[in-house]
Design a protein around this ligand. Structure first.
Ligand SMILES: C[S@@+](CC[C@H](N)C(=O)[O-])C[C@H]1O[C@@H](n2cnc3c(N)ncnc32)[C@H](O)[C@@H]1O
Length: 318
């Protein structure tokens, strides 16, 4: 018996997600199937299954998939979950090719607490005995350490600026490259210290957090993955179905907002969330990781044209 998945990750905006997808489940379309693109520990998926959905869950992280299956089994819902081990970009393109349609599509983007909190996964800036890794799982060709070694100082600064919104990105990139050349950057704690030393002054949060976020986004090609999901979304959601997407930083939210808005204008969606849904003060107090979460949903028009062009990428591939 492994750890209890419910204790490893608290799903954010749980009631809001169920409410956003409920109208599609009530109408019984597409066999009530919901595609959870980010199954994680199965928190959202289990609540949706208990609301009548049959879940197809994608995750690139093998540990997460095993724990989600364990959770569904313990809840007596094992027959309501099938799992696809892949990145969601690859999986949704394959599902579209096969003409699969879903009543609901959910994406709860980013990393899980399981990934962040396990030092051996190499995400935490506190870890002093692991090399910077930050790979969520399948489909990540290189670790954060390998990425930092491969990129030129200027490209590394670009990554840190764009994905971490770090104003002192050039200074940080220079310090990282210098430490690597001196063979002094071996662990996450080394990396955090190098970044801290490059950024003067006092900071409410550890000054390396922006750089860690940037490296994680780049290592996992998070914006490229999202762009491919958004391009496939209109073909994945059955007429009358719904999509719900939770993002955790402004680059993701901007891409989601633009895709849903242009789909509304094209008549693909007949309704989208007027206002972004965020966590209540009570939820934020109970689960600080819900603070930056932004949920947007859209409902698929019954008779909709298909998009003829892909939205331009909101990111720059490395
Ligand atoms: C925030 S967690 C999801 C938590 C889940 N909603 C729950 O309630 O337990 C995000 C999960 O999505 C997975 N993930 C993130 N990006 C992915 C991608 N591009 N392809 C497949 N899985 C991805 C991560 O491995 C992680 O397990």
């Amino acid at each position: 018996m492994g750890p209890d998945p419910a204790l490893l990750h608290t799903p954010v905006l749980l009631d809001d997600v169920v409410a956003a997808l409920a109208p599609a489940l009530a109408s019984g379309i597409a066999g009530n199937r919901v595609l959870d693109c980010t199954l994680g520990l199965g928190g959202h998926a289990l609540a949706l299954a208990q609301a009548g959905a049959v879940i197809v869950g994608i995750d690139r992280d093998g540990d997460a998939r095993a724990l989600a299956e364990q959770r569904f089994h313990a809840a007596g819902c094992a027959d309501r979950l099938s799992v696809i081990p892949a990145t969601f970009a690859d999986a949704v393109e394959d599902l579209v090719t096969r003409g699969e349609r879903f009543a609901g599509v959910l994406a709860d983007l980013g990393v899980s607490s399981l990934q962040l909190d396990r030092p051996e996964r190499g995400f935490s800036w506190r870890a002093d005995d692991v090399a910077p890794d930050m790979r969520m799982g399948d489909g990540c060709p290189e670790s954060a350490l390998e990425l930092m070694a491969r990129l030129s100082e200027a490209d590394l600064a670009d990554v840190i600026f764009r994905y971490g919104e770090e104003r002192l990105s050039r200074r940080v990139a220079r310090a990282i490259k210098k430490a690597m050349a001196a063979d002094a950057l071996k662990t996450n704690a080394n990396l955090a210290e190098v970044v801290r030393a490059a950024i003067p002054g006092h900071h409410p949060r550890h000054p390396a957090m922006r750089t860690f976020q940037a490296l994680r986004i780049a290592v996992n090609d998070e914006l490229g993955q999202l762009e491919r999901l958004l391009a496939a979304l209109p073909r994945l959601v059955a007429p009358g179905g719904r999509a719900a997407l939770i993002s955790f930083h402004s680059l993701e939210d901007r891409a989601v907002k633009q895709a849903l808005r242009s789909g509304l204008q094209a008549g693909i969606w007949d309704d989208v969330a007027r206002k972004v849904v965020t966590a209540s003060e009570a939820e934020q107090a109970a689960n600080p990781r819900s603070g930056p979460a932004k949920l947007r949903w859209a409902s698929r028009a019954m008779h909709a044209p298909m998009p003829s062009t892909r939205t331009p990428p909101p990111y720059f591939p490395l």
